[in-house]
Design a protein around this ligand. Structure first.
Ligand SMILES: *Cc1c(COP(=O)(O)O)cnc(C)c1O
Length: 369
């Protein structure tokens, strides 16, 4: 598709393809939770969740913040929505919008119990976060008995799932540590089974966990990056298709002479006559300043054109010397062949960071064959 302005194309068929690829790794009956936080990793959480729900590709959803869950409910998403990182002030909204909080600290649990009593809730579902070594959120295995005692006899709320998170599931060198984390999660499971008679859903794996630790899928898996087309592993990448393409056009071309500068703060000085193309995407759109000064690049008619000078808030300038392009020519910032992962690597970062920071002002177009 040709574009007339900076446009993020979201290929929903690729999304479907990726989910089906991930599901090939699951045993029968394993639930699939689609992680749609951070605007679905920069895509559009509403469109992605609606599509996955319509196609019956996800059993449930997760987002990080309560506001993200509210946005999904307002758009008519009906499946369960887990909130990874709620705060005390969120409880009203969580219940109003039928969202399900993760309870990760004693402070949060005691307040939620009080809140649930006051609101006369009955078996309100929540998720218990187990800390198996990431030391980010969750209860330690030493605390878990006490937490269960706290919950005992409270019919107002009910632990629906319990989960933990692997801290380096994509790094095959880290297997011994991951195995310790998995064993520890099993210890959590045992303790929880002693305290509760109802069936709790256990889950421990993100995308790389799904691919690398089939023995640790438990009852459900949680995928984000894999759905969006990245396997975090060159050997498995062929099975996945990035779902987004970021394109723009050349807004203007300048012919400059030896000694001329480009952009802010003398960030680039020409050593010879050059042609410079200006493109309307900048650090406010997620293309951070680190990509400037010939670190990052774009593709124009399959030719690699480095970003020269400093990245501006709303623009970059690229070198097209000798390429005979015209204003209006299409520019690929990333697509299936020149992926956001490759671009992110130039800045020594990961695809997650680049794609999740794509600004909302970039036009989104959804493509479904
Ligand atoms: C973001 C997140 C995920 C998704 O991870 P991917 O690597 O994108 O699959 C899963 N679980 C938790 C707790 C997360 O915060």
């Amino acid at each position: 598709m040709s574009v007339q302005e900076t446009t993020l194309e979201i290929h929903l068929d690729n999304l479907q393809h990726n989910v089906r690829q991930l599901k090939k790794h699951l045993k029968e009956g394993t639930r699939f939770l689609a992680v749609v936080k951070a605007n679905s990793y920069g895509n559009s959480s509403v469109a992605v969740a609606q599509y996955l729900e319509k196609k019956d590709l996800a059993d449930e959803f997760a987002v990080a913040f309560t506001s993200e869950g509210i946005e999904l409910r307002k758009a008519g998403v009906t499946r369960p929505i887990l909130i990874f990182h709620p705060q005390l002030v969120d409880f009203e909204d969580i219940v109003r919008y039928n969202l399900e909080p993760t309870l990760y600290s004693k402070r949060l649990i005691t307040h939620f119990i009080d809140f649930a009593k006051e609101k006369q809730l009955h078996q309100y579902p929540f998720h218990l976060k187990c800390n198996s070594g990431m030391n980010r959120l969750g209860f330690s295995v030493e605390e878990i008995d006490e937490v269960c005692e706290l919950l005992k006899g409270h019919e107002e709320l009910k632990v629906r799932t319990a989960f933990s998170h692997l801290l380096a599931s994509e790094d095959l060198q880290a297997r011994p540590f991951m195995e310790k984390q998995i064993a520890l999660f099993k210890a959590f499971q045992k303790k929880l089974e002693n305290h509760f008679s109802h069936k709790i859903i256990y889950h421990n794996c993100n995308t790389s966990g799904i691919l690398n630790y089939p023995e640790a899928h438990f009852d459900m898996v949680r995928s984000g990056i894999g759905m969006y087309g990245f396997a975090n592993d060159p050997r498995l990448q062929k099975d996945f298709k990035p779902i987004t393409t970021l394109k723009s056009i050349i807004s203007q071309i300048h012919t400059i002479q030896k000694g001329d500068y480009v952009g802010y703060n003398f960030g680039f000085q020409a050593q010879k006559p050059m042609e410079i193309a200006t493109i309307s995407v900048g650090h406010a759109d997620g293309l951070n300043r680190i990509y400037g000064k010939e670190v990052g690049f774009v593709f124009i008619k399959d030719k690699k054109c480095p970003i020269v000078g400093n990245v501006c808030m709303d623009m970059i300038m690229v070198d097209i010397t000798g390429l005979d392009y015209e204003e209006g020519e299409e520019v690929v910032i990333f697509d299936e062949r020149h992926t956001s992962e490759t671009l992110a690597e130039t800045a020594k970062t990961i695809s997650y960071e680049l794609i999740t920071s794509l600004s909302r002002r970039i036009k989104r177009v959804f493509i479904e064959d």
